[in-house]
Design a protein around this ligand. Sequence first.
Ligand code: FRU
Length: 489
Amino acid sequence: MREWTKEERYKPLNSIEEILPLEEKIKNSLYRQGFHVQPRSGLLNDPNGFIYDDDTKTWHLFYQWFPWGATHGLKYWYHLTSKDLVKYEDAGIGIKPDCDMDNKGAYSGSAIKHNGEIYIYYTGNHRDENWVRTAYTCCAKLEKDGSVNKIKDPIFAPEKNYSEHQRDPKAFYDEKSGKFYIIIGARSMDDRGCVLVYESSELTSGWALKGELKVEGYEHFGKMWECPSIEKIGEDYIFIFSPQFIKLPGRGEVTNHNIYLIGDLDIESLTFKPKGDFKHLDLGFEFYAAQCAANTDSIDASTKILSAWMGLPDAVYFTDDEEWSGCLTLPRELSISNGKLIQKPISAIYQSKKEELYSFSGAENITEILEINSPSLFEFEVDNDFIINFFCDKDGQNGITFNYSKNDNILKVSRKELKRKINPEFGEEREVHFKDGIKKLSCFIDNSSIEIFFNDGEEVFTSRIFPDYEGGDKYIKTDGLLKINAFKL
Ligand code: FRU
């Protein structure tokens, strides 16, 4: 793995032309994705400033970007627009870390639309000459022509009574109080992950700390909470956050997670009362820093759209040596049904279905070796025990395996047999219980990822994969399926 000096990590990008040679170099990587947002070069992490503009019927989505290679350093926001969240237009660099308040990076944040104007909030990662950090909350206007204009000064400075880790502003409007709120993720002086709530009646000024959000039962849950987000879906609230430095059952040695709580929010008394236990947003190995798009009430108040980083902090990936890393997940449509979160793939993806690759049905227990031909969608129906091995060789070896037993409704996932191991120290196996069993799997396969939606969105499994394509690891072995339909995407 390449060692980076501080100079290399904090080298500014003066013009986009400077990355063209890198872009040229990575263009032919076998792992470049077909239908996922990925960086032009360098490292992509969190989705940022995700919003729907109902005037122009356009989505804006930015990603955290380090241009020079697969490491974390001076972060930019890179801007994409889209009409359907399947095809994207390149809108160039969105935010450059080019002033004092963000001199060492434009870190994550969100967007909000009010009175026809879109504002962006982000963390200005400032460091002084002694490398002491001050995390400012900064604001910028997203202009109609797609350019981003920063407001000169931060809208607030970090709280003195908390550690230097205060970041990732998520803005929202609360109908009850008629006020705007920004929540930010923080780490207290005594190493508790938490959320700070700021309030204002205007978007660009008047911001004041209201206090720390009390999340009942989560007073001591990890040391830092990154990328918090609170969304109203129908009558319920969902609180999404990425707790760090905590081991959770069934997740091996991983200490970074992305979880959610469904519950009641009372912003006046600063309380979030969960209605049940936390759940992981995803069953897979690479999933973090999820963010919901703002202003989607303008389309449908009962559905939110979520995007996340298909990666984890402190992880290394096979493409790091190619000088790029990371991609975003397929956007998901979130809804809540009977108190349960349902996550479906963005519906427009189904319009990308091209020719049919396979179709088998009727016979019980279909056992097949199918060539993958990604990007593609494999839809499976099941009614019994099954084993599916993705990205295996022609003999059914070396893949990522999903093994389900109807007896106890347990799905076991293993990527132990992969030739190109992915952070094995974070654990290579997962086990999940499906209360009412598994009936259907919709598997979205790209050149270096796999996303499986179980039972039309009851659970989702997301992971990167770097198959040895030249060595022949490009098949799926199925055993025990009822029906198979596959399409080129
Ligand atoms: C999450 C995160 C955020 C931060 C950003 C920096 O992955 O660490 O907390 O704002 O990435 O790139």
